[in-house]
Write a protein that binds this ligand. Structure first.
Ligand code: DAH
Length: 351
């Protein structure tokens, strides 16, 4: 096509429309290349000035330059209109690409053990109770019939907390990290009395799992923090036979129907009579020991009942406590208590 003045005016009209209409960065880029690119139509018009017939060359040159200048300006304003946003690329979803793998976590073996044990007791009518890990001496010792001067109260057997200056007035109430979940016996009975609204000796049946703390030197079977599960039942007429039947049921549920149980007399300040339970079961055959101790238990001591406002002439109770790590170690053949807190995925993934 001959590049004459009419052609240039046409190009101006066409190019103006192209830049003004653009609705996307892609369309704008296409228009830029078409008119203003190195091989664009407007650029070609500049190159054609020298070939224009002499008498038109002046006019042609002016028009060609005006054309380029106008289109450059239109390009700039179209860019501003479309904003800085990156060109919108329609998302392409490649279904052949391997997807992102989300790893599913699971409960820690300690919590699995607690859930399973608490589940058995909940089917026996025990409800779940939880309480504080920072305790006072009343709940950890006094109300549990642990006398002043008892070695269990000594400074180096407990993590006492010093929350105020030693010489401050009034004297701060000594607090400690609880050394046993038996604190929950006291708390459960206190709560039951508070809720009973004047009714004396309310019945209680709770199972209370939780962390306990003792300043033991850490080795394969000792740790300064571990878990216990406490159980307590208080009711008119409960006897040692009830304790035995509940714990027999538990042992057979958890350790297997063929498990043999042995009650061995023991001493705990908060129970009278007191016993430890040893079991002999298929599950622990690999340990080659005929009897393994799994928990402590007994009838709630009258002094404990009295300390929380119960009348031991009217009601009786039984209690038991077991170490969660110990039971999990026996059951799964775990040789070192430190594995539980190692956060080693190779260990945790096995359960
Ligand atoms: N609190 C005891 C301990 O930490 C365990 C225990 C023994 C709890 C006998 C009880 C019980 O409830 O009756 O060693």
């Amino acid at each position: 096509m001959a590049m004459d003045l009419a052609y240039l005016s046409n190009l101006l009209v066409e190019g103006t429309a192209a830049f003004e209409k653009t609705a996307s960065h892609e369309a704008l880029e296409a228009a830029r290349l078409k008119y203003l690119g190195p091989k664009g139509l407007a650029k070609a018009a500049l190159g054609a000035i020298k070939d224009a017939p002499k008498e038109q060359r002046g006019e042609f040159g002016k028009l060609a330059n005006a054309l380029n200048k106008t289109l450059e300006e239109l390009l700039a304003s179209a860019k501003a209109r479309l904003g800085d946003a990156k060109p919108v690329v329609t998302d392409f979803f490649d279904i052949t690409k391997p997807g992102t793998k989300y790893e599913l976590g699971h409960a820690h073996i300690i919590h699995q053990t607690i859930d399973e044990i608490a589940g058995i007791f909940s089917r026996l009518g025990f409800s779940l109770a939880e309480g504080p890990e920072v305790e006072d001496e009343r709940h950890n010792f006094d109300a549990l019939n642990i006398a002043a001067g008892h070695p269990a109260r000594e400074l180096d057997n407990n993590f006492y907390l010093q929350l105020t200056q030693p010489d401050s007035e009034p004297k701060p109430v000594p607090l400690l990290l609880r050394s046993q979940t038996s604190t929950m016996q006291v708390r459960a009975m206190e709560a039951a009395v508070a809720q009973a609204g004047g009714n004396k000796n309310p019945a209680v049946r709770v199972i209370a799992p939780g962390r306990v703390y003792r300043p033991d030197t850490v080795d394969a079977t000792h740790h300064f923090m571990f878990h216990q599960i406490e159980g307590l039942a208080v009711e008119k007429g409960l006897t040692f036979a009830d304790l035995k039947s509940v714990l027999h049921l538990f042992v057979k549920e958890y350790f297997g129907a063929d498990t043999k149980t042995r009650f061995r007399p023991h001493y705990f300040p908060f129970t009278e009579v007191s016993a430890e339970i040893d079991i002999n079961c298929e599950m622990f055959k690999h340990l080659r020991k005929p009897w393994l101790e799994i928990l402590g238990c007994g009838m709630v001591h009258p002094n404990v009942l009295r300390a929380v406002g119960y009348d031991p002439e009217q009601v009786t109770g039984f209690a038991f406590g077991m170490g969660v790590e110990r039971i999990a170690m026996l059951r799964h053949g775990i040789s070192d208590i430190r594995w539980f807190t190692s956060n080693d995925m190779r260990f945790l993934r096995q359960f």
